[in-house]
Design a protein around this ligand. Sequence first.
Ligand SMILES: NC(=O)c1ccc[n+]([C@@H]2O[C@H](COP(=O)([O-])OP(=O)(O)OC[C@H]3O[C@@H](n4cnc5c(N)ncnc54)[C@H](OP(=O)(O)O)[C@@H]3O)[C@@H](O)[C@H]2O)c1
Length: 273
Amino acid sequence: MSSFDFDIFNGIKIGIIGYGHLGQSIVESLIHHGFRKENLLISYKGNPATRERIEEMGLVSCISENNKIFNEADVIFIMIRPQDIISLKGILISQNKLVVSCLAGLPVEVVKSIVKTDTCRMMISGPDTIAAEKGVAAVYPYNELVGCILKKMNLRIFEISDEKEMDIFTTGVCLPAALLQEDNEVLIKDAIHEIGNECAMFVDLYEWAKRILPAFAKESEKVAYMARMITKGGVTEAIIDSLKEGELFITALRKGIAHSKAISQEMNKSLLD
Ligand SMILES: NC(=O)c1ccc[n+]([C@@H]2O[C@H](COP(=O)([O-])OP(=O)(O)OC[C@H]3O[C@@H](n4cnc5c(N)ncnc54)[C@H](OP(=O)(O)O)[C@@H]3O)[C@@H](O)[C@H]2O)c1
């Protein structure tokens, strides 16, 4: 039995920085699984459409300034675009807080250098997989409390022993969108085999992606599903753009992995400048 098997959902406050595709789906899942909104703090950048979505969920009372979230929440999930992390530079944070960075491509040490507290990195599959309770996540370095929260949300957790595997995991969680864009099964299988030889977890993620792909009654539903998986400037977008340009499936996946690494280098550079 884990040391967090007491009712963690009533024992902690959770902060959500960013209420976009991912932030909203995590909030909905937390609430759906019994997390009380009194213990939830949410921030966004100020987009009126985002406020409307928060209102629709009955969560206006949860809206908080980032400063307050970093002081009051016990666990703070950062769900903004990687490029926006700079906006958190210099933020003051109370002691004993845990930050969970969900920013694709950003190494845990980079985030830690900004928030200056215990930090782990989490990669998670797209919003629809979370809502359908078919999502997967990886946490590096593994943190038991975060693991408990994710298990409460019925997410399957993949073990990551080396942070470099995060780039491959990140590309793996983009597979549902990539499989909807590519229909040549031979090219798909060749690519999975090639990357799977380098990292066996990728084959597992492919099997997961095939299982969770929904059937769409209309093309517009498929387009909306894919849109929710795409963060502007992110890894899924890099993969889908490559496929749309007619590149091979393996090329698109390699571009996804490379893009995840590039975000990390770009952020390292801009933080040092
Ligand atoms: N979408 C996915 O399937 C997925 C999966 C795994 C990981 N991720 C990662 O999750 C992160 C978010 O992705 P997303 O697709 O949810 O992006 P998104 O839809 O563009 O949402 C970003 C959110 O961040 C808010 N924001 C920006 N700067 C902020 C600040 N300083 N303080 C508070 N909120 C701020 C924005 O506010 P406004 O609404 O006011 O503009 C928006 O609500 C990315 O780093 C991505 O790599 C996404």
